[in-house]
Design a protein around this ligand. Structure first.
Ligand code: DQQ
Length: 545
């Protein structure tokens, strides 16, 4: 690994240099996966004149860079090509809808189509002279600064296209503005938004898609039948991605969530760490829905400028509706297994109270770890304070040294030899009354680096599982400066960015720990060294030369 670039990733998507933010228009076309992304060709900070970076892949793991799909060039996008989505038309042609910042700095929606549909790499795109297709005006009352990020379009009950665009009113009502079209090119605003929620502020990058209620297979965006719908919104006020699950009334063209979006922000999140402006697409090759999300830096902009880049994409995740019908599950796509090398396995190991055991034999800076715990003495759990309703706050206030509840137990990753640095991902179990348990999952970055200038906020979430019947599983993907964790089989995801000074390359270590007062069983642990993927012309070696 380039010792001057210890934070570049081995298998998380990033461009060779410069700034990247939102994933745009992911799709599979003629067997090739495409990812577009908000990219600044001029530097490592965001710039309004952002372009659509583009890469292609055969397996969603190794990526080939392509020229940017398009850049500001016409009056309707001369000040920036912002986020958008791909829709595959019934004849198989992919079409991009994206937000342009026009000559008046208004946000408008534009279309771009491939120049040559026989090119599976779709290297050239052409913008329609009819752009913009949708514009804010005095009649529709939309604020020209808050009208962006069109979704993948879908076909409604009457055969017409629908698409939503994120917006908000002046009094912070978040809006999924609905547009309809017969031919995909002439769009009219519907009289009502698809959905709105009071006091949630601007909705960036909405996403709206069906999920099966009978299995884990993904569905094409226009599917109907035995489905529920998911509406995801990225709230600019909190910089988090929230979702609701509900019913799409195809006749009335409205979406009704099963549980309304709670205005205090307690709707479920796709990730309780760093993860924003996410977008899902249907992979018809493997019949699954795949989610990408932008994971930004936690370092000051001056460090990003010095290292010459900023921003990662999460590892692509399969996403589906859990059996309960009220939560989404996510899991790293199976292709990650092609990167697995050395494997370490443990079975039925007792983690005594206060113990820390090293996992030897894997490249700890670039690894995939899957561990499941069983806790026997659940009655020993402390009762949770009624006022402890904010999991992130509990995780932040009770550090590892505090023995509250059962635990903490979990993983210490990117740990330096003498533990000056480590990131811990762990569980605590509390009782809420004599029979019910509360499982807390934390990702604590506070000791992750000797460099004090980074944002080292701790993240946390409750995991809806019953530890008296179920094992507690934790899967963590470690990749130099990103730690992406999946708790409870993908019920809760927490992604963090860390910048160790010592725990770099071969000097990084991996431990399993139990700082609680009761022993905990590791039913099984598998850890794999991961080889580096080919990402946009670069291979980070997991070993320092
Ligand atoms: N990023 C884009 C916008 C979007 C925001 C601009 C979300 O289209 O609303 O780079 O991160």
């Amino acid at each position: 690994q380039d010792l001057n670039q210890p934070y570049r990733t081995g298998y998380h998507f990033q461009p060779p240099s410069n700034w990247m933010n939102d994933p745009n228009g992911p799709m599979v076309y003629k067997g090739i996966y495409h990812l577009f992304y908000q990219y600044n060709p001029y530097g490592a900070v965001w710039d309004v004149r952002i372009v659509w970076g583009h890469s292609t892949s055969l397996d969603l793991v190794n990526w080939t860079p392509q020229p940017p799909a398009f850049s500001p060039s016409q009056p309707s996008d001369i000040n920036g090509c912002w986020s958008g989505s791909v829709t595959i038309l019934p004849n198989g042609t992919p079409v991009i809808l994206y937000t342009g910042i026009d000559q008046n700095k208004s946000q408008v929606q534009n279309v771009a189509v491939p120049v040559n549909i026989s090119d599976p790499y779709l290297r050239e795109w052409s913008k329609s002279p009819a752009n913009p297709l949708m514009a804010p005006n005095a009649v529709n009352g939309i604020n020209p600064d808050r009208f962006r990020d069109p979704t993948t379009a879908w076909i409604g009950h009457d055969g017409e296209w629908r698409v939503i665009v994120g917006s908000s009113t002046d009094d912070r009502r978040g809006l999924a503005v609905l547009y309809k079209s017969r031919d995909f090119f002439n769009w009219t605003q519907a009289t009502k938004p698809l959905h709105h929620e009071e006091l949630t502020g601007m909705w960036e990058c909405p996403d709206f898609f069906p999920v099966s209620i009978t299995g884990t297979e993904g569905l094409e965006t226009s599917s109907s039948g035995e489905v529920k719908h998911v509406l995801k919104m990225s709230l600019i006020e909190t910089l988090h991605d929230y979702y609701t699950i509900g019913c799409y009334d195809r006749e009335k063209d409205v979406y009704v969530p099963d549980h309304g979006f709670v205005q205090d922000g307690s709707a479920p999140r796709l990730d309780y760490g760093k993860f924003y402006a996410s977008k899902a697409f249907y992979d018809d090759v493997k019949k699954r829905r795949i989610l990408w999300g932008w994971v930004n830096e936690s370092s000051p902009a001056k460090d990003d400028i010095e290292k010459g880049w900023s921003g990662l994409q999460s590892f692509p995740r399969k996403i589906w509706l859990g059996e309960s019908g009220n939560e989404l599950l996510q899991w790293p796509i199976e292709e990650i297994e092609t990167l697995r090398e050395t494997q370490v396995n443990w079975y039925n190991k007792v983690l005594k109270a206060g113990s820390t055991i090293q996992v030897h034999g894997v490249t700890a800076a670039q690894a995939d770890v899957d561990v499941s715990f069983k806790v026997k003495d659940l009655e020993k759990a402390d009762v949770i304070e009624p006022s402890w309703t904010d999991p992130q706050k509990i995780c932040s206030e009770e550090d590892l040294s505090v023995k509250s509840g059962l635990g903490p137990f979990g993983l210490m990753v990117l740990a330096s030899n003498d533990m000056e640095e480590y990131t811990s991902v762990y569980f605590r179990i509390f009782k809420s009354n004599d029979t019910k348990y509360v499982v807390l999952m934390c990702s604590d970055q506070s000791r992750s680096s000797l460099n004090e200038e980074n944002d080292k906020a701790t993240f946390g979430a409750f995991v809806a599982i019953d530890p008296s019947h179920e094992t507690l599983s934790l899967r963590t993907l470690i990749d130099h400066s990103i730690v992406e964790s999946y708790g409870g089989g993908g019920k809760v995801c927490v992604t963090s960015r860390v910048y160790p000074k010592l725990a770099i390359g071969e000097k990084a270590n991996l431990f399993v720990f139990n700082k609680g007062t009761q022993s905990v069983d590791v039913l099984s642990l598998s850890a794999w060294s991961l080889k580096s993927a080919q990402i946009n012309g670069e291979t980070v070696s997991p070993f320092s030369e």
